[in-house]
Design a protein around this ligand. Structure first.
Ligand SMILES: Cc1ncc(C[n+]2csc(CCOP(=O)(O)OP(=O)(O)O)c2C)c(N)n1
Ligand SMILES: [Mg+2]
Length: 255
């Protein structure tokens, strides 16, 4: 069956998108990163922009994203993906440019770059994996760590007087004039995976149509960092993360 025939809905068989290569992923069981990679690959394939995509990967667990999807990638230094994406998109305005960042990368070391890229209305899409922790470096507290949540650097739980409050960077993004689409999604169930995929497609279309900056937050699990099994991590996310980071669109100027 040719690739064209495969994307006709009635011919479609469950499988790996052709953009995903056979490199074994380094992600832990139950991690959201792999699922999000897959839906990004599907969207790029469905939009037919495999040769017209430049992705910027972060420092964090997704540092090796460039190994798994066969598009052009640039590896930015920690937090600098939005600055890098801004330059790329100004040089190649007809390419899809997107960043892929964790909460430590986007909402801590890269807060300045993220907010200013969004505020400038760069024609880029930003995919933001919020697992409320620094996964890669051993589970330290992130700006998005919940109140009371235990991490390697707040073993008694996050306390306001010591650590301050969780940063709602997605809510801040929605207030910026340069953003056209800001949404919060998850990949914990099949319906949510479908919604997240639709959101990523919308963000990519906005970027290609030069409508401004889109931010897609994916509320995510980090089973290893949270010291839980994959099932427990999904349940913990539903019970604790979703009330604090409710799913849905925060801003959509495009409808
Ligand atoms: C300049 C710099 N500071 C700190 C680090 C250490 N470091 C690597 S990844 C990371 C945080 C990653 O967390 P996040 O962005 O949430 O991604 P995750 O691993 O959770 O997906 C940190 C602090 C670094 N590599 N470079
Ligand atoms: Mg993280």
């Amino acid at each position: 069956m040719t690739k064209e025939e495969l994307i006709i809905p009635e011919n479609r068989v469950y499988g790996k998108p052709s953009l995903m290569n056979d490199t074994p992923m380094h992600y832990c069981p139950g991690c959201s990163h792999g699922l999000v990679h897959k839906i990004i690959a599907e969207v790029i394939e469905e939009m037919g922009i495999e040769e017209d995509t430049i992705a910027i990967c972060p420092v964090g667990c997704a540092v090796f994203a460039y190994r798994y999807l066969n598009v052009d990638w640039i590896e930015a230094s920690h937090g600098r993906a939005p600055a890098c994406a801004s330059a790329v998109n100004r040089l190649w305005p007809n390419k899809l440019t997107f960043t892929y960042q964790g909460d430590g990368d986007m909402a801590c070391i890269g807060t300045g770059e993220s907010i200013h890229a969004m505020n400038r209305g760069e024609n880029i899409a930003m995919i933001f994996i919020n697992n409320a922790i620094y996964g890669m470096t051993g589970g330290q507290m992130a700006p998005t760590t919940l109140m009371g949540m235990k991490t390697a650097t707040c073993p008694y739980g996050r306390q306001a007087d010591l650590h301050g409050y969780p940063l709602h960077i997605t809510d801040i993004a929605a207030t910026l004039q340069g953003t056209c689409y800001v949404t919060r999604q998850a990949v914990n169930t099949v319906p949510n995976i479908r919604k997240a995929k639709k959101a990523i497609r919308q963000a990519f279309e906005n970027a290609m149509n030069k409508r401004g900056c889109s931010l897609v937050e994916i509320v995510s699990t980090c089973a290893s960092g949270w010291k839980k099994t994959p099932e427990q991590a999904n349940q913990w996310m539903e019970e604790n993360m979703f009330p604090y980071y409710p799913l849905g669109d925060l801003k959509n100027t495009v409808q």
